[in-house]
Design a binder for this molecule. Structure first.
Ligand code: HEM
Length: 408
């Protein structure tokens, strides 16, 4: 294969042989992909994009000022059809914005997610984790660890932070799942966005007019930014939507997939109990090894740029494959192995550059507390099915397990 031949993207189903949940590439594919630093890949929506798989190249892409995250730009590499631009309501969705527009909204949130502020809510995270584990024990065994633990914990925490009633979790979790499903019909996407925006609009309106403002992020933004005219009410609705979806889906899938992996590495599961001081390092290794954003990060060049010796023209789409960058042998000594290593901290699971995950201190705290408490309270945790039979979410932008049947 030469750098200009176009090939199918190996990460997306359907594939002849399904890969296991921890196998990012089949061996035969890896050889093919490793021989080229930059490749052209066919997209599921037609057209093609450049694919970058090396750690250094993906970083270079994500910090390049001449690439855009705006999926409405011509040439943007789409993994599924989008609603026509005039039917999209993107107000507040800063993850698809560039430059000053992106920075203005992101800046309003940075302090909220700083490590020192997340430390303050650690007792609440721990209590949420312990309560979920107590409820799981009281109802089982057996149990589905996804519905009883992995999904509720980050959902409850983000609800608490934002000031969204957790009682509405069935409603927002199902719509959020549709938004991330690459195979969902456009009509379903449209309804999911409309319904979520409608729901959050009512919530934001109630917070704006409350006599006693609540002690939550949406109330603070409503009183400190909307009331002062710095933020439009509909922008706050969009910010709330982004935080609600991004704030629970990714961490939930990391907890589920991490548990499946740790049950197959009992020595690491036991280490969480015996040496909890190593939990932070283990979380970094889990983020590296599992890379739940398996579709990669999507960008379009707005000027001619060069990465890894390849000219990428203005209007060309580019995909930075985080999952492969996180297994780059130039950075990680045993990239396909799972185990503690100082290099794990260099992973790109949270992205890189201006859009790097704003929720990472929160995600790290949730993962560490959830996994340490699980290992402490359920030392005999075991799968009730063959690991190969655990159902995975192949169609979602966020990879993970849909169910995790366990006993203890
Ligand atoms: C393990 C869990 C998580 C992973 C793996 C993850 C991953 C990512 C990645 C890769 C990006 C970069 C997107 C891009 O460059 O296009 C991102 C951005 C973002 N994440 Fe996370 N995330 C996680 C948890 C969270 C949480 C808990 C929140 C909630 C607050 C959150 C909120 C966001 C937001 C708002 C952005 C957009 C930032 C921007 O565009 O400036 N994420 N995340």
């Amino acid at each position: 294969m030469t750098a200009t031949a176009t090939t199918d993207l190996p990460m997306f189903p359907p594939e002849e042989r399904p890969r296991g949940p921890f196998e990012i590439l089949r061996d035969e594919d890896r050889k093919r992909w490793e021989s080229n630093r930059v490749s052209r890949v066919r997209l599921p929506t037609g057209g093609w994009a450049w694919l970058l798989t090396r750690h250094a190249d993906v970083r270079q892409l994500l910090r390049n000022p001449y690439v855009s995250s705006d999926s409405n730009r011509p040439g943007f590499p789409l993994l599924r059809e989008l609603l026509p631009p005039d039917e999209q309501d993107r107000r507040g969705a800063f993850i698809v914005m560039d430059g000053a527009e992106h920075a203005r909204l992101r800046r309003m949130l940075t302090a909220e997610f700083m490590i020192k502020n997340i430390r303050r809510i650690e007792p609440l995270i721990r209590q949420t984790v312990v309560d979920a584990l107590d409820a799981m024990r009281a109802a089982g065994p057996p149990a589905d660890l996804v519905t009883s633990f992995a999904l509720p914990v980050p959902s409850m925490v983000i609800c608490h932070l934002l000031g969204v009633p957790y009682a509405d979790h069935d409603f927002f979790q199902s719509r959020s799942g549709t938004l991330l499903d690459r195979t969902a019909p456009l009509e379903d996407i449209r309804s999911a966005i409309d319904e979520l925006r409608g729901y959050l609009r009512d919530l934001v309106d109630a917070k704006r007019t409350a006599v006693e403002p609540g002690d939550d992020l949406l109330s603070r933004l409503a009183t400190e930014r909307v009331a002062t005219g710095e933020l439009e009410p509909e922008e706050l609705v969009g910010v709330a939507l982004l935080l609600l979806v991004a704030g629970h889906e990714t961490t939930a899938n990391m907890i589920g997939l991490s548990t499946l992996l740790l049950l197959q590495h009992p020595e690491q599961f036991a280490a969480l109990r015996e040496r909890p001081e190593q939990a932070e390092d283990l979380v970094e290794e889990l983020l590296r090894y599992l890379s739940v954003i398996r579709t990669g990060l999507l960008r379009v060049a707005v000027r001619d740029i060069e990465i890894a010796g390849q000219l990428i023209r203005a209007g060309d789409g580019v995909i930075g494959m985080l999952s492969l960058a996180n297994r780059d042998p130039e950075v990680f000594t045993d990239p396909e192995g799972f185990g503690l290593s100082p290099a794990a901290h260099q992973h790109l699971a949270f992205g890189f550059g201006v859009h790097q995950c704003i929720g990472q201190p929160l995600a790290r705290a949730e993962l560490r507390i959830a996994l340490v408490e699980l290992a402490h309270r359920f030392p005999g945790l075991a799968l009730t099915v063959d690991p190969a039979d655990v159902p995975v979410r192949d169609n979602s932008v966020v990879y993970g397990v849909t169910r995790l049947p366990v006993t203890w």
